[in-house]
Design a protein. Sequence first.
Length: 259
Amino acid sequence: MPEGDTVFLACHRLNEALAGRELVRGELRHPRLSTVELAGRVVAEVRPAGKHLLIRFEHGRTLHNHLRMDGAWHLYAPGERWRRPGHQARAVLATADRVAVGFALHDMRWIPTSREPELVGHLGPDLLSPDWGPDSEAEAVRGLTADPQREIGLALMDQRIMAGVGNLYKTEVCFLLGRSPWTPVAEIDAREAVRLSHELLLRNAWHPEQTTTKSLRRGDQHWVYGRRACLRCGNPVRRGSQGTPPDSRVTYHCPRCQP
C-alpha cells in the first residue's frame, strides 16, 4: 500500500495541474458514480488526508479516493498515450492542457465537502500536514502508548493513531529504534518513534524516491526493508508476517541490530 509521502506527492502534482482550472472532460468510471457530470466544474484544490486523496471542487463538492495497493494517478498532455491500460482507468479529469487519469482507484465517493469528516475523521494526526507541530506529536504519542502491550509494528501502521505510515516506514522506523516490529510499545521510546516517522516521511515527500538511509544509490536506500542482508551489519535479514489475515503484512528485521 502506498505510503503517506506517495499520496502527498500525488496530491501536490494534481493540485498544480488542476487547481483553479475548469474541466473540459470529467469521467468517473464507477457504477455508483457513472452519472456524475464533472465537465464544466472548477477544481478548487487537491489535498491529502493521510493516505486518502480529496479532490475538492468549487461550490462545495469533493471527490474522495484511496490508492490502496495498486492505485495511481498519472498526468498526461492531451493526446499522450497512457502508461497503463484504459480498462484500469477509474477517473479521467482533463483541463485544456492537462489530463489526470486515476487508475485502479478504490473507495471512490462523490460527497459534499462538509461531509469529508465522515470518511477521514477517524484518522490520527497527519504526519505530513502543514499544521504538524508539538500538539500533533503529543497526540500521536498518546495514541501510540494507549495500548502498552501492542506490537510496535502494528501500532505504527494504525492510521487512527497517526496517518501516513505504511509497511516500508514501519519496518525502517523499527530498525532505527533498534527493536523488532514485534516489540511491545511499552518497551519503545514512543516519542522517538513518532519523530522518526515524521522525519522519514517529510524527507521523501517531495520526490518519488523513498530512502531511509539518506542514500539514493540503488541497493542502499533501505536498511532492512526488502533486503536479504542488513545494510548496517551484513547479517541475514529475517522476513516474517505480522498481524492477522487478511490485514497481515510482510515485515523485515535484522536479529542482530534489532534484538
